[in-house]
Design a protein around this ligand. Structure first.
Ligand SMILES: Nc1ncnc2c1ncn2[C@@H]1O[C@H](COP(=O)(O)OP(=O)(O)OP(=O)(O)O)[C@@H](O)[C@H]1O
Length: 223
């Protein structure tokens, strides 16, 4: 489904962002501008701060320095508009074991304000329609991830922030997700994702957190 078109083209700006955990600077002075159509893969070694950056991008944590802007307004000042524009998929597939595949996909879609008329179609896209009424506790890790990914097919949010969406997904599933990301951005959406995989998506940009490491000895600059 094409991204819902806001009145102005979507724009996400990382303005001189520094993030830290437990007084330790993970990356600093990160400057990046994502315009309509941007697909950005955040890469870096284990512990570089990729998930931390996505948490900052979604407003779950505040950067130690700098700010995140949505449509040129700091996200802290535009929380409602920003939340409506955002689809965030975290590291763990947010699937409840005691609910069926359809129930999980439905509440995730409703949580995102996504259109639920296309539930069965979305489940078909992630090859989970045959499991529609099965409770999720009996699913494999890849199948649980697929249930979570179904919401991407129902979403109209212009901004997708996805933490390791390819985890546990097989080769065919990866190719489908790559095509979906490409379509989302071709329709004017923005997608920021982390992955340790080399992805095949036309026009994808890469942000390597290793390029924004603090200088040696500067780790406690904010203490
Ligand atoms: N809630 C937290 N409290 C304290 N430290 C944290 C917290 N979350 C993460 N960290 C620390 O911040 C650093 C960066 O973690 P993060 O999960 O952002 O890395 P990552 O680049 O996503 O790693 P990976 O590739 O292994 O998923 C790690 O050293 C981690 O221990």
């Amino acid at each position: 489904m094409p991204a819902r078109q806001p009145t102005e083209p979507p724009r996400l700006t990382l303005d001189n962002v520094t993030c830290e955990r437990d007084d330790r600077v993970l990356f600093c002075n990160l400057q990046y501008n994502c315009q309509a159509g941007t697909l950005l893969q955040v890469v870096g070694f284990n512990g570089a701060g990729k998930t931390t950056l996505l948490h900052a991008l979604t407003g779950l944590i505040a950067p130690a320095e700098g700010q995140i802007l949505w449509q040129q307004t700091p996200i802290a000042n535009s929380a409602r508009a920003f939340r409506q524009a955002l689809l965030y998929l975290g590291h763990q597939a947010p699937v409840k074991a005691h609910l069926t595949v359809a129930e999980n996909a439905l509440w995730l879609a409703r949580l995102q304000g996504a259109s639920v008329e296309r539930l069965d179609w979305a489940l078909e896209q992630v090859d989970m329609l045959a499991y529609r009424d099965i409770t999720c506790h009996s699913l494999s890790a890849g199948q649980r991830r697929r249930v979570a990914l179904a919401q991407l097919y129902m979403s109209q949010a212009p901004l997708w922030v996805l933490d390791e969406p390819f985890t546990a997904i097989d080769k065919e599933g990866v190719a489908k997700l790559e095509a979906l990301l490409e379509r989302h951005c071709a329709h004017g959406g923005i997608a920021v994702l982390t992955s340790h995989q080399a992805l095949r998506v036309a026009g994808m940009q890469t942000l390597n957190l290793a390029d924004f490491q603090p200088q040696a000895g500067a780790s406690y600059a904010y203490g």
